[in-house]
Design a protein around this ligand. Structure first.
Ligand code: ATP
Length: 432
């Protein structure tokens, strides 16, 4: 069976196996062959092998496909689809932070793969950036379901996951592991995607718990009642440390991202969202930021959009001199009318239009246009701004009743101007 594969070169040397890039000499297909380091002799191990073969039936776009499993001369080989690199290398080689859109895409894929496997009764136990393989922006989870069956050696001392991504219940020797240990690892990986360095880089098991306390604060009975009775909790000297503000630790993450990390990295495994629940988190509620054409005359589009309010981000050039530039961004929320049917549908007075912002119950907002002003800029320093043509007139009092912050997580200020030029944004992005 293995004579069908020609090994090209070694691409990975893990604790349990050596991984080779190889090709199938019959089909020329490039594959990854993992040869387990330990030898397999006993009958129970053959039962395990049957269970491992069952993994071949699990197929998902975000799980590295296990094509074949075979044993020859007491040596065990796994044939996987081949992937370009792993997320650890991608993070290490990265010079600048990933955009939140990139991170969202990685997370979405990881969680979809996890949800599929958890729903099929498997959990990983050793999720870490090295086990997340990447090819052309697609992320796939490697080694799913193998840890439990094969990575522990007789007398089957429990296999433990890589320290930095290890959940507190594993560190404190709980006997009942659940898929929530994978969710902890996902939280740590999500934070690392923002900062490009590990969230809990413990240097020993004790230091690992210390590093977690230093970020989340020391747990107590209110936070994690069961945890306080775990075998090692009694002997472990929980340092009394207050929690850090995750927003300060991960300054480039949105509020939604920080909230998701906080939920995933809950001390109590029962408080962590499942993979399916995490996929419903507001962090994923963003439509892709696809720049739309400025003048789309398609009637169908106009009809579709008419029923909904629109959120637009516009880049303006407010300079008065031709070879000068003075750029600013505005965000506008407004009832939707296509430019071509202003004459028929535009209301006489924009202030009469009311849009509902879906995440704020009973909160209504008038159509509005706001300059996006960075928080360090004085309020009175908003530049003179031309407003929209008449149908999109700015309501300078636009605000959300009873809501002091911005509904979009941005610093919004009412438009100060009424200097109407027939200026158009130089760039426009439609959100919905
Ligand atoms: N299908 C694959 N395609 C390309 N590269 C792979 C593939 N599978 C594994 N590798 C590479 O080999 C490395 C080691 O593989 P893997 O993590 O499966 O070994 P391991 O023995 O489980 O190691 P450890 O237990 O230390 O994680 C991976 O980090 C990855 O770089």
């Amino acid at each position: 069976m293995m004579e069908r594969y020609k090994l090209v070169r070694e691409i990975g040397d893990g604790t349990c196996g050596n991984v080779f890039m190889a090709y199938n000499i019959e089909t020329n297909e490039i594959v990854a062959v993992k040869k387990m380091k330990r030898k397999f002799y006993q009958w129970e191990e053959c039962i395990n092998l049957r269970e491992v073969k069952a993994l071949q039936k699990l197929i998902h776009p975000n799980i590295v496909k296990l094509k074949e499993v075979t044993m020859e001369n007491h040596e065990l080989f796994f044939i996987f689809e081949h992937m370009e690199c792993n997320l650890y290398d991608v993070i290490r080689e990265r010079q600048v932070a990933f955009s939140e859109g990139d991170i969202r895409s990685f997370m979405l894929q990881i969680l979809q793969g996890l949800a599929y496997m958890h729903n099929n009764g498997y959990f990983h136990r050793d999720l870490k950036p090295e086990n997340l393989l990447v090819s052309n922006g697609t992320v796939k989870i490697a080694d799913f379901g193998l840890a439990r069956e094969l990575y522990s050696s007789p007398p089957y001392t429990d296999y433990v996951s890589t320290r930095w991504y290890r959940a507190p219940e594993v560190l404190l020797q709980s006997s009942a592991y659940t898929p929530a240990i994978d969710m902890w690892a996902v939280g740590a990986i999500l934070a690392e995607l923002f900062t490009l360095s590990p969230l809990f880089p413990g240097e020993s098991e004790t230091d690992q718990l210390y590093k977690i306390c230093a970020v989340l604060g020391t747990p107590d009975y209110t936070v994690w009642p069961e945890g306080m009775n775990l075998p090692r909790s009694c002997s472990f000297n929980f340092f009394q440390i207050p929690p850090r503000n995750l927003r300060e630790l991960i300054p480039n993450a949105s509020l939604e991202a920080v909230d998701l990390i906080q939920q995933l990295c809950s001390w109590d495994p029962r408080r962590r969202p499942t993979a399916e629940q995490a996929l419903q988190h507001p962090f994923f509620n963003v439509r892709p930021w696809v720049p739309g054409p400025l003048h789309d005359a398609s009637q169908t589009k106009a009809n579709e959009s008419r029923a909904h309010p629109r959120l637009e981000l516009n880049l303006w050039d407010f300079s008065s001199e031709p070879d000068d530039s003075f750029l600013d961004l505005t965000l506008s929320l407004k009832p939707s009318f296509h430019e071509t049917d202003h004459a028929n549908h535009a209301p006489q007075r924009a202030e009469e239009e009311i849009c509902q912002y879906p995440r704020l119950e009973n909160a209504y907002v008038k159509s509005g246009l706001w300059p996006l002003v960075s928080s360090d800029r004085p309020i009175g320093d908003v530049p003179a701004m031309p407003s929209w043509p008449q149908p999109y007139m700015v309501d300078s009092q636009a605000s959300l009743a009873g809501y002091s912050g911005s509904p979009f997580g941005l610093s919004l200020q009412p438009n100060l101007l009424d200097n109407h030029h027939s200026l158009r944004p130089i760039r426009q992005v439609n959100f919905f």
